[in-house]
Ligand binder design. Structure first.
Ligand SMILES: Cc1ncc(COP(=O)(O)O)c(C=O)c1O
Length: 362
């Protein structure tokens, strides 16, 4: 068998233990004589799978009863519309635009109300997280919105903005479960699973229950109404059963390996390895400002873009896959989500140093 270190931004690497367990259960899930892929979502075994997945996620983050946990479909993009359709009662939202995803979300929300951009880092190609203070937010808006980790630009909030009590909505697609999360500071968070949680096809939503009502934007489809899924316990219609099952295994794996504080520690160590290498190098340069650097997506450029192709080719040959930066920014991006082992980051750093030495001699 051949496995590579997969640095892709998502869908992304998953814990090998989880994949092995799923493989062992593929044809016969715990004596049921069928795969979870073939199983009714109304069956007892599946009810147990989704029930445990929710409880394990609640335990990991520490999510109180006042918050709903929903397993939805449609990816983060659907949440860009679903959040305003359900939450924009006065028709006003305050957005902090720190990258392409926040910008997409702001445009989508603009279809349902008035979006005000409170701050943006577009002036410096989204290389930093702007300073924010409570007086910047309109207390009469429905909510404030941030993207917690900017997958494309490699920047991340290392603080929760003080909105002065205004409800905060956050896209945590590329950082959820990478560190402890104080959910009480948020009204609603969402995350496509395919980066840090599980396979593509399921989207996590954690939201304060009092915000989930029948009062939604006129014409909102049943499927895009949070209440449908709260009332249906994420089983209103056929959910992405297999993806939820794998997420459940990832949650158990995280619990068994020390929870989110231990995960954060490992993520900090991995990121430090890579950023220290960038900072000590004459060839590579990190693109994000130091205080805004992401622990999950490490973006960098080579001082001579002519070398990009050779760098990527050599990386592939060394079993280091998925390092090409997002098409909108170029350069390189190493996504080092929870499931990327430290050995993978070490292998990348070793390759980067060897490539730099080779180029210095050439
Ligand atoms: C932060 C962030 N938000 C949203 C998206 C879009 O997610 P999806 O493809 O699940 O709609 C991505 C995807 O890469 C992302 O990184």
């Amino acid at each position: 068998m051949h496995r590579v270190y997969n640095f892709a931004a998502g869908p992304a690497t998953l814990p090998e233990d989880v994949l092995r367990e799923a493989a062992a259960e593929m044809l016969d899930y715990q004596g049921t004589g069928m795969s979870v892929m073939e199983m009714s979502h109304r069956s007892k075994p599946f009810e147990k799978i989704i029930g445990e997945a929710e409880q394990d996620l609640r335990d990991l983050i520490g999510i109180p009863e006042e918050y709903a946990v929903l397993f939805l479909q449609g990816g983060a993009w659907t949440q860009f519309a679903m959040a305003p359709m359900n939450l924009m009662h006065k028709g006003k939202a305050d957005f902090v635009v720190t990258g392409s995803w926040a910008k997409h979300a702001s445009k989508e929300a603009g279809k349902y109300g008035t979006v005000r951009v409170v701050a943006s880092s577009e002036d410096k190609n989204f290389t930093y997280i702007p300073k924010l203070s409570r007086d910047m937010f309109d207390q009469d808006a429905d909510y404030a919105y941030i993207c917690g980790n900017n997958t494309i630009f490699g920047t991340q909030y290392h603080f929760v903005p003080d909105t002065g009590g205004l409800d905060l909505v956050a896209d945590l697609s590329s950082c959820i479960l990478s560190e402890p999360l104080d959910i009480s500071k948020y009204a609603l968070v969402f995350a496509g699973a395919q980066k840090n949680v599980g396979p593509a096809g399921v989207t996590l939503v954690i939201a304060r229950k009092d915000l989930i009502t029948d009062q939604v934007f006129k014409g909102t489809p049943t499927m895009l109404t949070y209440k449908t899924h709260l009332d249906g316990k994420s089983l209103f219609n056929t959910p992405p059963c297999y993806a939820i099952y794998i997420c459940g295994k990832v949650f158990k794996h995280l619990k068994a390996t020390g929870g989110l504080a231990a995960m954060q520690q490992r993520n900090q160590e991995k990121a430090a390895l890579l950023y220290d290498t960038l900072d000590a190098s004459a060839l590579y340069k990190g693109t994000a400002q130091k205080d805004s650097r992401s622990l999950m997506n490490v973006t960098f450029v080579l001082n001579d873009p002519e070398l990009d192709a050779a760098f990527l080719k050599g990386a592939d040959a060394a079993g280091l896959s998925g390092l090409k930066g997002h098409r909108s920014v170029g350069g390189m991006r190493a996504s080092i989500y929870n499931a990327m082992p430290k050995a993978g980051v070490q292998a990348l750093v070793d390759y980067m140093r060897a490539f730099e030495q080779q180029e210095a001699k050439a």
